[in-house]
Design a binder for this molecule. Sequence first.
Ligand SMILES: [Zn+2]
Length: 258
Amino acid sequence: MQGWLLRFVLAYDSPAMIKIAKYSTFAIALVMLGLLRPGFAADSDTPVKTDTAKVIDLTYTFDASTIYWPTEKGFVHQFEKNGDTPEHYFYSSANYAAPEHGGTHTDAPRHFSRDGMTLDQVPLADCIGPAAVIDFSARAARDRDAMLTVDDIKTYEAAYGPIPDGAIVVARSGWGKYYPDKKRYMGTDKPAIDTASMDPGNSKDFPVHRLWLGANKPGFENVANADKLPAKGATIFCIPMKIGNGTGGPTRIFAVLP
Ligand SMILES: [Zn+2]
């Protein structure tokens, strides 16, 4: 059932999907919920050990270069204190502000679903899973509107076996290499909002966001370093900031290689 949903989502081929592909796919990771969860069971005597050499950071740094929708303000970070105190010790602290949707981030179901979970309600179990990395970068290099298709999934499963339930599917477009070059990464010479407004029906539609988030599943966008992931075998952790009433938010995403 969940597998069917995934296929349906990724098979949704329409101009509206193309808009989404143009503005936000780059690398979209979709959580496929299911019965199986990654096994982190450790008996109480054996702490979980992680070989840090096997950890890959899939997150872009949040700073002035972080890509947001053109209608949004960028990431703001301002030092409140940054230097020696009268008591002669160093002290530094700052304030930050940012739109929820930009850079490496999570889409909470509430983003497109009135009754969907807010970011603080998304269970961590939905944010951790075995990676299925489906590459369509060859096509995306020729066509910036390319998107993941059912055939890509079939080809993947023929090569690597069925996508496990609970997998985090990473649609790898190869566009990460352009980040943070807004012009190339966003795939248009025009401000994105102008391109979107050229077809208001499409720009309002967002069928994938609505279907996926409407099924109360989170999505993850602007995944960095997807080229460093193997097709299968890694475990992905997408850990969003726990924002009350959040429709999305900055997320540290990383993978642990097998
Ligand atoms: Zn978003």
